[in-house]
Design a protein around this ligand. Structure first.
Ligand SMILES: Cc1cc2nc3c(=O)[nH]c(=O)nc-3n(C[C@H](O)[C@H](O)[C@H](O)COP(=O)(O)O)c2cc1C
Length: 187
């Protein structure tokens, strides 16, 4: 797949085949993530890989409870209240792999760099027939002290991107976008 096809066809995938992603493919995707541009050459990223479906379900349940218990702090989450209350809703859509990208806050550029790494991984996944979806719903849970301590993530690392990866159940149509806003100088 060439790069333009890859970019033009990428979609967020939320339905996955019950098939594991080979560990060597995950390793290769992480390596491709680290080829992203990086401010001052700092390479501030760090990764966690979770493939235990029960653990992902546990994290999903915790995330849902957290959002619902703190809804007043997050008005933008109101629109998702019914999903979060739904016992059958898994924020990771039963994907076989959760790859979480953290950034080292000692680098001023950690959010940009880690996001670029995520972009690389999202696009490179397509070459392996894999689909991805950034799951912002996991942002608080996977950045909590408890979670970081369980996965030995130093406190100076902050969560940037929880990304699910798996084999899509169906091919999705290409993305539709609004026309790009292009600002120009007054003459
Ligand atoms: C920062 C960020 C957070 C997101 N969080 C979620 C999420 O929690 N759950 C979800 O299903 N999709 C999530 N998405 C995916 C977006 O909904 C998706 O990218 C958008 O609707 C455009 O669709 P497309 O990626 O298929 O082109 C997130 C995307 C980004 C960039």
């Amino acid at each position: 797949m060439n790069v333009l096809e890859c970019i033009n066809g990428r979609r967020s995938v939320r339905k996955f085949a019950a098939k594991a992603v080979p560990p060597e493919v995950i390793d290769e995707l992480i390596s491709l993530g680290t080829k992203a541009a990086t401010g001052s050459g700092n390479q501030p990223w760090g990764f966690v890989v979770i493939t235990d479906l029960q653990e992902m379900k546990r994290i999903s349940d915790e995330a849902k409870s957290h959002w619902l218990a703190n809804m007043e702090k997050y008005p933008y989450m109101q629109q998702y209240k019914n999903w979060l209350k739904d016992d059958s809703f898994n924020i990771f859509y039963n994907a076989p792999c959760l790859l979480i990208i953290y950034g080292n806050t000692e680098s001023h550029w950690y959010v940009y760099d880690s996001t670029l790494a995520a972009g690389n991984i999202m696009l490179a996944s397509r070459e392996y027939g894999l689909g991805t979806c950034w799951v912002g719903f996991a942002e608080h849970i996977c950045d909590s002290d408890l979670f970081k301590s369980k996965y030995n993530i130093p406190a100076k690392y902050k969560l940037v991107c929880p990304l699910i990866i798996g084999y899509p159940e169906t091919e999705l149509p290409p993305p539709k976008r609004k026309p790009a806003l292009i600002f120009t100088a007054t003459s």
